[in-house]
Design a protein around this ligand. Structure first.
Ligand SMILES: CC(C)(COP(=O)(O)OP(=O)(O)OC[C@H]1O[C@@H](n2cnc3c(N)ncnc32)[C@H](O)[C@@H]1OP(=O)(O)O)[C@@H](O)C(=O)NCCC(=O)NCCS
Length: 180
């Protein structure tokens, strides 16, 4: 794969449409993801203050993209990250995260953080009551079914918190962060 990563501002109209398709395909296992408004989500990275995104191109085709949101003075939120299923496990996701971290560092950020929901039984937290002692559950989290938290952990992110029942009973959001 001849991978190139470009700023969203360099995308053609056709590539913006492809970015929406990548988002839809990558999150097809989560029917409620982005409320189905994939093109609108892409659009926010052109119109909303504090947002920026980068796309991975294979030739001229968008195969993945990552966004950042300026959440704090010294920390950016990574959101979203999507790689088309046909292009997964070939280093695209890690290349996008590395680029985002490089940009964050250059902008003076100290931390990158993100939330990764478990809505599909991807970890041993799924279906569980996490109260009381929510923080105590963090040490024992393991991936059971290809959850991306294992991907982020490989890239140096650690779990910094849990939001129990964020997406319904037993469907927590897993908060992760990395020191740059
Ligand atoms: C998570 C995602 C972005 C990973 O992208 P990718 O291009 O497949 O990842 P890479 O090929 O760069 O993988 C880097 C490493 O993580 C591992 N990895 C990738 N996905 C993984 C997963 N779901 N579980 C465990 N490990 C994973 C790879 O095997 C690789 O390990 P290695 O370096 O030892 O070979 C991609 O699977 C995706 O878009 N998933 C659907 C959308 C999603 O869940 N986004 C994140 C929401 S927070």
């Amino acid at each position: 794969m001849g991978l190139r990563i470009v700023d969203f501002s360099q995308l053609t109209a056709a590539q913006r449409v492809q970015a929406a398709h990548v988002l839809e395909a990558a999150f097809a296992h989560l029917p409620a993801a982005f409320d189905g408004a994939f093109a609108e989500e892409v659009q926010t990275f052109f119109t909303e203050l504090g947002r920026a995104a980068w796309a991975a191109l294979d030739g001229d085709a968008v195969v993945g993209w990552v966004g950042r949101i300026e959440g704090y003075e010294y920390a950016w939120e990574l959101h979203p990250l999507a790689v088309h299923p046909a292009a997964q496990r070939r280093g695209v996701g890690s290349a996008l995260v590395a680029l985002l971290e490089e940009r964050a560092r250059a902008a003076g950020m100290l931390t990158v953080y993100l939330g990764t929901d478990d809505e599909f039984d991807g970890t041993n937290l799924f279906g569980q009551e996490l109260f009381p002692d929510v923080a105590g559950k963090i040490a024992g989290v393991v991936e059971t079914n290809g959850h991306p938290f294992a991907f982020y952990r490989k890239l140096g992110y650690e779990i910094t918190g849990l939001v129990p029942h964020a997406n319904g009973f037993g469907k927590p959001d897993i908060l992760m962060a990395k020191r740059l």
